[in-house]
Design a protein around this ligand. Structure first.
Ligand code: BTN
Length: 333
């Protein structure tokens, strides 16, 4: 897929990448081009949602530092050379790309600097602005049936959390059933696992991951739900390439471990990082809300809830909200 950006636009992004404000004259001189072309190229970048701001007359600055991720730089960072890697400036959805790709050599990794139709769980959209965060998907052939893979999304959440803390330092990151990463009640990352293809002996999984890396608090507020980013949590701008490579390595190790040992080996780590353990929550599965106290997770990764009448309910899917954070009072309780 060709880049949506021209060579001139890519060079402008490279010049502005360290977030130094640059005048039109400096850009034109360093890129050996006329100011009119630079202005047109910047206008087109801004129209494509690249966050360039005019900080003074004829002076431009990127809102967030930018270092592009290309398939060459990413492949060079990965420890294991068996990955097929696809990197884009823009794509509809990295999950969709891998669903439709007819390549048999797996694992395949697809990263994009932005998505025009990013998909979240439960049919929601995933906001994917250019160059600030991470949007990537992995296509993996698992020699298991789909029913043997329940619990994998929990493992991916744990794996991401571990990679982040190993790379950036320990923090109060938590996993929120079934597959979010949270910090102090705010969402940092989400996982969307889809099945692309099923055969008698295997199935092809698409594991889609969206991480708020360098988004700023003001932009996150517009999402209408409590969200934060790693940049906000760690108080600095995060190098996406290093972190992405660490996440891929961690995910690869953990999928392999999950496929050989199952979910059991991950349960102690889950209870250490569980954002919901012993909390009163409202779970919605289908249209029925259930209130209960979280008792942990079951052998297939189900959420265990203790109801007011002391009975236990095992939820295998759904949306869970902490009681205090629930949007509307629940008429049932
Ligand atoms: C969620 O709703 O929490 C899951 C969000 C998953 C978003 C990622 S971004 C990369 C990949 N491509 C998509 O279209 N969605 C996933």
């Amino acid at each position: 897929m060709p880049s949506i950006f021209t060579q001139l636009q890519k060079s402008i992004l490279a010049c502005l990448g360290n977030q130094q404000p640059l005048s039109l004259e400096t850009l034109a001189n360093s890129l050996n081009n006329i100011p009119e072309n630079i202005i047109l190229a910047i206008d087109d970048l801004m129209n494509a949602q690249v966050q360039i701001q005019k900080v003074a007359p004829q002076t431009y600055q990127l809102k967030i530092p930018y270092q592009g991720i290309s398939s060459e730089t990413l492949k060079n960072k990965l420890k294991n050379p068996h990955w097929s890697v696809y990197c884009f400036d823009s794509i509809d959805s990295t999950n969709l790309f891998l669903k439709n790709i007819s390549v048999d050599k797996m694992p395949i990794l697809c990263h994009s600097e932005m998505q025009t139709a990013g998909r979240g769980r439960l049919g929601r959209a995933w906001q994917s602005p250019f160059g600030t965060n991470m949007y990537f998907s992995i296509k993996w052939r698992a020699f298991r049936s789909p029913s043997q893979l329940s619990g994998l999304s929990l493992v991916i959440g744990l794996s991401l959390t571990q990679a982040i803390e190993k790379q950036l330092g320990s923090s109060s990151l938590k996993v929120k059933w079934p597959n979010d990463i949270w910090c102090d009640g705010k969402k940092v990352a989400g996982v969307l696992i889809e099945i692309a293809h099923v055969e008698a002996s295997y199935c092809d999984l698409i594991i889609g991951i969206g991480v708020n890396v360098n988004s700023q608090a003001c932009d996150l507020q517009q999402l209408g739900r409590p969200c934060t980013s790693l940049g906000e949590i760690y108080g600095r701008c995060i190098n996406r390439l290093e972190l992405l490579a660490a996440m891929i390595e961690s995910i690869e190790n953990d999928i392999t471990r999950f496929l050989t040992q199952g979910l059991d080996g991950f349960l102690p780590q889950w209870s250490q990082k569980d954002a919901l353990q012993n909390h009163q929550v409202i779970a919605v599965h289908g249209t029925t809300p259930i209130e209960g106290c979280v008792q942990g997770i079951g052998p297939q990764g189900q959420l265990i809830l203790k109801l007011e009448n002391k009975s236990l309910v095992y939820l295998d899917a759904g949306e869970v909200t902490l009681k205090g954070l629930a949007k509307k009072p629940n008429p049932l309780f």
